[in-house]
Each structure stands twice: as C-alpha cells, then as structure tokens.
Design a protein around this ligand. Structure first.
Ligand SMILES: Cc1ncc(C[n+]2csc(CCOP(=O)(O)OP(=O)(O)O)c2C)c(N)n1
Length: 554
C-alpha cells in the first residue's frame, strides 16, 4: 500500500492505540492535517498548543496509557514546550508531533522555523528529527517505547514538511512500540530490606508517583497493613491510600500536616517507594528524616542517591519488587509506634475553621457534592487545600502539575480526562489566576460538549504569591493583587457554557444546583481574599519548623 509520510504517521499512531489527538494546524503540519482529515482518528482543535499538551496529559495521567498531541513549527512547537516540560517532571508518557519547515530550509531562518529539536532536548525524555519517510517506521514505535519504558515521560517527533509529503510503498507496517521489561529486583537485596523492616521500631512508608506509574497501590497497602507501617505520600502519590485508613498520614512536606512531618522526623526506617526526595517534600534535606535509615526503590536509577543516600536501594519496578518483598516481611502490629502517631495526629490536627465558607471547608463541601468526580487541580493555594482536604479514593483521580507547578494545567487536563472517561463526572478546580492562563479552552469545551465542572476559587489574588509576600517579604504586596475582576460567569456564557457566581457566604444549595447542571458549567466561587494555606514550611527550613496557623506568625 502507498503512504505519504503524513498518512503513515497517522496510521502508526493508530496502531499505538491513539484514538484522539489534540492540536492546532499551521503551514508546516498541513499535510499531516490533510491526512488526519481522511482518517478516523479524532482530532480536538484546542485554542492554544499548551492546552493540547495538557489535554494529552489528562488522558495519559488518568488512563496510564500514552497519549499524543500535534503542533505546527515555530510558535506552535514553542507553545507546546511548557506542557512537555510539565510531563517530563511528572513522568507522564506523551508523544508530541511537531511540523517542521522543509528539510532544505532548516537552518535558514525560514518562516516559522525554530530549532524544535534543540529546544526540546532538555524537556523531553527523548526526541527525534525525522529526516526520511523510511525513518518513520522506526521512529514512531521507538517514540512510544521511550515514552512508556522505565520512568515514563514525553517524547517529541519533529517532522519536516517534505517528509510529510514524501511517498512510500509498504507491504507491512512495524509492530507498535511497547514498554521494555523492567529490571528485576535482586532477591538478596529484597531479603536485606525485609530484615531491616523487621528490626525497625518506627518504620514509615513514603510513597509517590512511581507507585502509581507501576500500579503498586495494592502492594503498598498490603505492606502497610501487614507490618503496621504508617504511610505518607507526596502530591503525586495522593490516592494510593484510602483516605480513612488509620495508617494513612496524607501528604508530607511544605504544606503537609504537622503530624505527618513529625512522623517523618521520628521514623527510624524510611521506606521510600517511587519518590525522588523533591524539595517540596523534604524541606531542608539535612533535617529530613534525620533519625532514619533509608530504603529507596525507584525505576529510575538516577534518582537513587541523588538527594539522600539510601542505606539500601533497588532500581526496579516497584510493583514487582513489593510483590516479592511482601512475601518476606511477615507481620507486625507496632502498637507503640502507632500510638505515638495517633498521639501526634491528636496533638496536631489540620487547622480547621468554623467558617463553612473557608476554602478548606469549601473543598470538603465540593467533595461531598461530587464524590465520584475525577479531579484536576491547578496551582496555588487552592491546590494545597485540595491536596490536604479532598478525600481522594484511588489513584489517577487527583491530577495536578506537581513537579513543574504549571498554572493553567487544570482546565485543559480536565478536557483530556473527560475525553478518556466519557460519562464520568470531571471537576476542574482552579484559581482565578490559573484559570486565566488557559481560559480560551472554554471554546474547546463548549465545541465538544465536554462534561466538566470548572470551580474557580476566586480570591482576587495570585493567592500563594500573596501569602509568601505576607509571610516572607514583610507584607510588601507586589503584583499579586488583581485590580480587574472579570465576570467569569458572563465570560463562560459568552462561550456558550452556563456560568454561576457563588458569593460569600456560600449557599450549599446553589453549589449543588450548579454542579448538577448537565454538561459543562463554570462556578465562580468567591473566597475570603486573605486566607492562607497552613501549615507552610518557610524557605530553607526543615518541615518540622512549619508555620502552623495565621496566629503563630502574627
Ligand atoms: C505558569 C506559572 N506562572 C507563575 C507561577 C507562580 N505561581 C505559583 S502559585 C501562583 C498563584 C496562583 O494563583 P491562583 O491560580 O489564583 O491560585 P491561588 O493561589 O489564589 O489559590 C503563581 C503566580 C506558576 N506556578 N506557574
């Protein structure tokens, strides 16, 4: 059969299981779009390439499968880079295909030419500049293999226009690229780990996104239950433990509860699984788990010892390792350690407000009104209130930009979640700052009838910036207050989406009514403008030195 480079790429994407692709066309990828139009691959026309990248991320993060997005050369490719960098830091498998000027024009400063290959090197796991149509037969399966193997991540394929237009006669197509088998953990190492766990008095599991990527949630819960080991999670690990499990201590780190951070301070054995000792989790590294020996398991060997030298480690698939480790560890109750943890929890509960309209209570109200919602969360105070207080049951249900912390993530990521999970409730929780960064995607949502409830926590500020200026910059507020207050409900209506404004104090019936609207809806929810999220660890401090409440910093 005869293919153009463009139709071959589309066919190879389909063979990788790609059914939906998001993007924006332009001069350098028009052959690709022409072929796309003649295929049964569904295209979602986003209104900014960054949103196409986040849409793909929403699909990949919520399903665990690789997803794809498209952009044209030059500005299209550059617009996509933020979403690619975001996928790199959170290890999300996406494949981005960018159009490039024709091979003969590369290096001439041609119209819409940038060195996409060069610019994407530091933010991708791997990237390709395709030079001939034949190369595509290798490049596409390889791109997916790279995206899915080991520590997952983004891969970019840059495709000059002449390669898209070239033609080739092929009898067979290559097999789709799949993940390489993960390295097996060493039996002797696992036996040593089991002995360390057995002899520890105050062991603690510290779990993150790597556990989710390897699908090791059950194994983590089993280890915790069998050996009486409490569990702290990173932002990326939210949902690994059931919210009401007594051994679940929630998120650690900069905005973790004091009890959680104290547990890390007291532990004598930190069992770090699928985590990378990120600074938001550790605070001052020298003060992190200072009494603990460390077991570290992660699929990425480069993470082992990068921040904290472990006493014993395994660069392997966490699920496979835990399956074997769990057979070696026996069982234990660890009553004394659990009593100590319970006492810390009693002594240091999250500061709760009596005001039902306080943001942290609003999070609980929304969670109660939309208990089954798949949640995407933007970046700022609202993200931390949600991480602290939304009872997340299961993984791949609380999606947020963890490593890069990219404002503008939630709405386009929710589009990907809605497309990947038709018929399921999807809620995008955003701030009035973050929402404005990808507000144009209301058009994409309306056009595709995506059933997303967008909840804007509207405090009239870049709240987390305002909070830092209050606490650490002598209340000198610079560029953190919005003087213009857009009417988001009216703007949503302008895009054809129902919009409601929920004033203070919040009326639960109005919230419930807005959330029960069929199809997309926007809820612009007013917040007290100067509420802070606590605890908060000051920069450069240990987690146990967190500021615990408004009063303690006054
Ligand atoms: C793209 C981007 N630009 C800047 C920042 C720095 N930043 C982190 S949080 C924040 C404020 C977020 O404001 P908003 O979305 O209104 O949420 P709030 O903190 O008020 O809940 C800013 C500007 C960022 N994370 N991402």
């Amino acid at each position: 059969m005869e293919y153009s480079g463009a139709s071959l790429l589309i066919e190879l994407l389909k063979r990788q299981g790609i059914g939906i692709v998001a993007g924006i066309p332009g001069g350098a990828n028009l052959p690709l779009y022409d072929a796309l139009g003649q295929s049964d691959l569904r295209h979602i026309l986003v209104r900014h390439e960054q949103a196409g990248g986040f849409l793909a991320q929403g699909m990949a993060r919520s399903t665990g499968k690789a997803a794809a997005c498209l952009a044209t050369s030059g500005p299209g490719a550059v617009n996509l880079l933020t979403a690619i960098a975001d996928a790199k830091l959170d290890s999300v498998p996406i494949v981005a295909v960018t159009g490039q000027v024709a091979s003969g024009l590369i290096g001439t400063d041609a119209f819409q030419e940038v060195d996409t290959y060069g610019m994407s090197i530091p933010v991708t796991k791997h990237n390709f500049l395709v030079r001939t149509i034949q190369e595509l037969l290798e490049v596409v399966p390889e791109a997916f293999r790279f995206a899915l193997s080991g520590r997952q991540g983004p891969v970019l394929i840059d495709m000059p226009k002449d390669v898209q237009q070239a033609r080739i006669e092929l009898a067979d197509l290559p097999a789709p690229g799949v993940a390489d088998p993960a390295p097996e953990p060493d039996g002797a190492v696992l036996a040593s780990m089991a002995r360390m766990i057995a002899s520890a008095e105050r062991p603690l599991l510290y779990v993150g996104g790597g556990v989710v990527a390897s699908g090791a949630e059950e194994e983590v819960r089993a280890l915790s239950a069998a050996c009486g080991i409490p569990v702290v999670c990173t932002l990326m690990g939210i949902g690994i433990m059931e919210p009401d499990d007594p051994l679940h201590l929630g998120m650690l780190g900069m905005h973790g509860s004091q009890a959680t951070n104290l547990a890390v301070d007291r532990t004598d054995l930190l069992i770090a699984l699928g985590v990378r000792f990120d600074d938001r989790a550790t605070g001052l590294v020298a003060g992190f788990a200072p009494r603990a020996r460390v077991i570290h398991m992660d699929i990425d060997e480069a993470e082992i010892g990068k921040i904290r030298r472990p006493d014993i480690s395994a660069a392997c698939d966490v699920k496979r390792a835990l399956r074997r480790l769990n057979r070696l560890v026996g069982s234990a109750r660890r009553e004394a350690w659990r009593a100590e943890i319970d006492a810390m929890k009693c002594a240091h509960p999250f500061a709760v407000s009596d005001d039902p309209s306080h943001a942290s209570n609003l999070v609980r109200t929304l969670a109660a009104l939309a208990p089954d919602a798949l949640l995407t969360v933007d970046v700022g105070q609202h993200q931390m209130w949600a991480a602290q207080r939304w009872p997340v049951c299961g993984t791949r249900r609380f999606l947020t930009s963890g490593g890069l912390g990219t404002m503008g993530f939630a709405v386009p990521a929710a589009m990907g979640v809605a497309l990947a999970h038709p018929g399921q409730a999807v809620l995008a929780l955003t701030g009035d700052g973050s929402f404005l960064i990808n507000i144009q995607e209301l058009a994409t949502i309306a056009e595709n009838g995506l059933d997303i409830k967008i909840c804007v926590f509207n405090n009239g500020h870049l709240g987390l910036v305002r909070q830092q200026q209050e606490l650490f910059y002598g209340k000198r507020y610079v560029a953190s207050r919005f003087d213009t207050r857009p009417d988001f409900a009216a703007i949503a209506r302008g895009f054809g989406i129902p919009g409601c404004t929920i004033a203070l104090p919040h009326d639960k019936t109005s919230l419930a009514r807005a959330l029960s609207i069929k199809g997309p809806a926007l809820l612009d929810i007013a917040l007290n403008e100067t509420e802070n999220v606590y605890p908060m660890v000051p920069p450069g401090k240990s987690n146990v030195d967190a500021i615990l409440s408004q009063r303690s910093d006054a």
